[in-house]
Design a protein around this ligand. Structure first.
Ligand SMILES: Nc1ncnc2c1ncn2[C@@H]1O[C@H](COP(=O)(O)OP(=O)(O)OP(=O)(O)O)[C@@H](O)[C@H]1O
Length: 358
């Protein structure tokens, strides 16, 4: 699982029109490893679509390189508008699914799935066999002869996924594949992507603006802002990163201090620390009343990971020893709110900057 399958290096894309320039990608380094589901999130305009379209060279990067499965696609691109044969062949190993499915309405479901095979010159009988196999894989064997207009959104996306798999790709790119679907259909399409990832060893790079998508299926994630990747890593790594915005959004543990002179502390449990009764030990050892303001526990790859926001009575300087104890137990400890001193003495760090004393 450690072999990189998609690598972008210092990828830049500048859109130029007569009177202005937009830098959509501003030096993106991304590594997606074999067999993982990798989610790229970010607000509208962050550059997600541009990035995914640069990965299969649908969009030509201004500079930088894209390697997929050991091949430098940027070197294959040539200068003309029409993609050279070598690039077209490399693209056959990259499937893509789209937000609005992009099915041809005049073709049956089976003929839509066969389309990439027709383009590759696969004989009719072989195409039909392959399409039947793929429709079975996505649970639509009974819809082969229907037309897209007769399908639900979720079914259309399943056809889109079957079509994307026709060239037996190693990599699947998904451009907001579930954002036009209702929550239940979203869940089933995400489950399908997860199953395909596991059954076929398919590497999936998806872009989304929904954190729930990352939570449901991704092994790793990156956060984009203004054309840059500002955070990236496995979900477990992100959770262990002090101040990670992605971790905060994936596992929000809200809760405000119940009054002044209280210290609010965010704890991240992973590995062994997730199974030890650290909070009750803290309360007993220091005879301190601990209030739990919020908590979230999840299992990732069979390992428990959790975040908890607790409140301790007193200001930060009153709690240095208990906080030290928590750190000694192997927990990551971020002080979220350090209490307001009575007469204008500033808290050690402003709220939400997450001072991390090691
Ligand atoms: N063809 C284009 N010509 C000019 N500017 C473009 C073009 N495509 C995208 N942009 C600009 O590049 C920036 C990044 O756009 P992009 O579509 O990649 O962002 P995004 O994160 O995918 O947003 P969304 O979630 O809304 O699709 C935006 O400022 C956008 O206006």
């Amino acid at each position: 699982m450690d072999t990189p399958v998609i690598t972008t290096t210092d990828l830049r894309k500048v859109y130029r029109s007569r009177d202005r320039e937009v830098t959509a990608l501003d030096g993106v380094d991304l590594t997606v490893r074999e067999g993982e589901v990798y989610g790229v999130v970010g607000r509208s305009g962050a550059g997600k679509s541009t990035l995914i379209r640069c990965v299969n060279l649908l969009e030509r990067p201004t500079s930088g390189t894209v390697e997929v499965d050991g091949r430098d696609l940027t070197a294959l691109a040539g200068r003309s508008d029409r993609a050279p044969a070598a690039l077209r062949a490399a693209r056959a190993g990259i499937g893509m699914v789209f937000q609005h499915f992009n099915l041809l309405s005049s073709r049956t479901v089976q003929d839509n799935v066969e389309l990439p095979l027709e383009i590759l010159g696969v004989p009719r009988r072989e195409r039909a066999r392959k399409a039947a196999e793929l429709l079975d894989l996505v649970g639509l064997s009974d819809k082969a002869r229907t037309y897209p207009a007769q399908l639900s959104g979720g079914q259309k996306q399943r056809v889109g996924i079957a079509r994307a798999l026709a060239g037996e790709p190693k990599v699947l790119l998904s451009d907001e594949a579930t954002s036009a679907l209702d929550p239940e259909t979203t869940r089933s399409v995400l489950q399908l992507l997860r199953d395909l990832n596991r059954q076929l060893g398919l590497t999936v790079l998806l872009i989304t603006h929904e954190m729930d998508v990352v939570k449901a299926v991704c092994d790793s994630a990156a956060l984009m802002k203004g054309g840059r990747v500002v955070e990236s890593g496995t979900v477990a790594e992100l959770l262990a990163t002090p101040g990670s915005e992605l971790a905060d959004e994936l596992f929000p543990v809200g809760g405000q201090a119940s009054g002044p002179d209280r210290t609010v502390v965010d704890l991240t449990f992973h590995g062994e620390s997730a199974t030890r009764p650290v909070i009750s030990q803290l309360a007993r050892t220091y005879n301190v009343d601990v209030s739990i303001l919020g908590a979230a526990m999840e299992t990732y790859d069979g390992r428990q990971i959790g975040r908890m926001r607790i409140e301790l009575p007193g200001r930060f300087e009153d709690n240095v020893v208990p906080i030290g104890f928590l750190r000694e137990q192997g927990l990551q400890v971020d002080v979220a709110e350090a209490g307001i001193a009575d007469v204008g003495i500033a808290a050690p760090e402003p709220a939400r900057t997450r001072a991390v004393a090691k």
